[in-house]
Design a protein around this ligand. Structure first.
Ligand code: 5AD
Ligand code: SF4
Length: 448
């Protein structure tokens, strides 16, 4: 009996880590249908673009990529090979009909809550049937129907525990593309974590658009309880989570940072801006002082924590003085790493209609100043590691022969000359110095 012919699947992922997780799960859903992953789009029988809608630039990329894929589809068609093209993710959710209209090359459009339906949709795709499907929000269905099996790559994995957002920051599309906050049950999450650990995974990053709002409305102790529960899973040595909202950073979670060894000293806690007037217009629900006090409390619990954040410059109405308050917050909070963006006007969000839209040059200039300061802080944080010994989870071979690369507890990349048998192990490494994007060090003790 001959096996069914192998089909090739190419997935391109844009945007956040949740999309990375979703892309892996789409591959898991399609594997039983005979689809194996390829990194060559011209090899692919099925191309999936897993898209991001957060800023205009991210959304525009989809259409330019579709142009490229269309040419590939034509070349393959000349050779008698068919190619199906699916657009998934948040652009699919937000602009499904427009994609079908603007890009006839697309066979199907699928929103983030419907990936379990991919096999059925693929089976029926024809242009006529490929209407926009599954724009409804029912994450509970999705998680119940995804296969238990996950193919893991390496020793660190993402695990989605929460989706959606009820915060409605006035600049943000997420509440519209990902829907209301929904938390998966802790049993299902623990089971997924155990299976990952059985497959060799040593570190999980718990994902959610508002991960620290996990189980907020229900009994069960929120994210802190989940972290404590997962810390007991054998061989799961490291737990991270992202991304958090200052409003949901409760005492229990702060205490977990002091007490749970597996919880890594790294926290992504976006503030977005430093002026209270701007924060109010953003509907963030906190002031600059509230944020700084919170950081202080977290540092009291875990003094070495590496703080990370997101910033937006040029929000409507942001004056030079407002912007300087953002710089002031950065100076006080001290970041180990950060992401910063020019405000991007997103149709349908309240801020898009606000007066006082800031000129592009002004945004660019502010972004440059902010990034200069953040970069100084990042380098200072990295330089301060020199001479310290930190546990490193080695994840992959390095670029040079004899070199391997891993992550410090603070999420810094660390290179060391060490044998490949240390991959997948957590080993003490003495840091000798900091390059622009990574640390260098040497293994202190040979792991047994
Ligand atoms: N413009 C610029 N940045 C944005 N973000 C979200 N929406 C916008 C927007 N309209 C940023 C925020 C958020 C991160 C994921 O993206 O900083 O935390
Ligand atoms: Fe967007 Fe604000 Fe929700 Fe974060 S908290 S996803 S920025 S609306």
């Amino acid at each position: 009996m001959s096996k069914p012919p192998q089909k090739r699947l190419y997935i391109k992922t844009y945007g956040c880590q949740m999309n990375v997780y979703d892309s892996e799960r789409m591959a898991d859903v399609l594997r039983p249908l005979g689809y194996a992953l390829t990194d060559q789009p011209d090899d692919a029988d099925l191309v999936v673009l897993n898209t991001c809608h957060i800023r205009e630039k991210a959304a525009d990329k989809v259409y330019s990529e579709l142009g490229r894929i269309r040419r590939i589809k034509e070349i393959r068609a000349e050779a008698g090979r068919s190619t199906r093209i699916a657009v998934a993710g948040c652009v699919a959710q937000a602009e499904g009909e427009e994609i079908m209209r603007r890009a006839p090359v697309v066979d199907l459009v699928i929103g983030p809550q419907s990936y379990h339906r991919l096999p059925e949709l693929i089976a029926r795709t024809s242009r006529q049937l490929g209407e926009r499907l599954a724009a409804d929000f029912q994450p509970e269905d999705k998680f119940d129907r995804l296969p238990e099996e996950r193919t893991v790559h390496g020793y660190s994995a993402f695990l989605t525990v929460q989706e959606g957002c009820d915060k409605f920051c006035t600049f943000c599309v997420v509440p519209y593309t990902r829907g209301a906050e929904f938390s998966r049950g802790p049993e299902a999450i623990e089971a997924e974590a155990r299976r990952l650990a059985d497959q060799g995974v040593r570190e999980v990053t718990l994902l959610g658009q508002n991960v620290n709002a996990y189980m907020k409305e229900q009994d069960g102790g929120g994210l802190a309880a989940l972290v404590r529960r997962l810390a007991k899973v054998p061989d799961l040595d490291r737990i991270r989570y992202t991304t958090s909202h200052p409003r949901d950073m409760d005492e229990a979670l702060i205490s977990a940072h002091a007490e749970v060894e597996a919880l890594m000293p790294y926290l992504h806690l976006p503030v977005q801006a430093g002026s209270d007037r701007v924060l109010k217009a953003m509907n963030r629900g906190h002031t600059a002082l509230h944020y700084l006090r919170l950081v202080e409390k977290i540092r009291a619990a875990r003094p070495d924590i590496a703080l990370s954040g997101d910033f937006i410059v040029g929000f409507p109405g942001e004056s030079e003085a407002d912007f300087e308050e953002t710089l002031e917050v950065v100076r006080e909070a001290r970041y180990a790493s950060a992401f910063s963006f020019k405000y991007s006007r997103r149709p349908g969000t309240p801020a898009a209609a606000m007066p006082g839209q800031v000129a592009e040059e002004v945004k660019a200039e502010r972004l440059q100043r902010l990034q200069g300061l953040l970069e100084e802080q990042r380098q200072a944080f990295n330089r301060a590691m020199a001479g310290r010994t930190v546990p490193v989870l080695f994840e992959r071979p390095g670029r040079y022969q004899g070199q391997i690369v891993g992550r410090s507890p603070y999420l810094q990349a660390v290179h060391a000359e060490a044998p490949e048998r240390l991959l997948g192990q957590i080993v003490p490494v003495r840091i000798s110095g900091a390059g622009s994007n990574s640390l260098a060090g040497s293994v202190e003790l040979e792991a047994a």
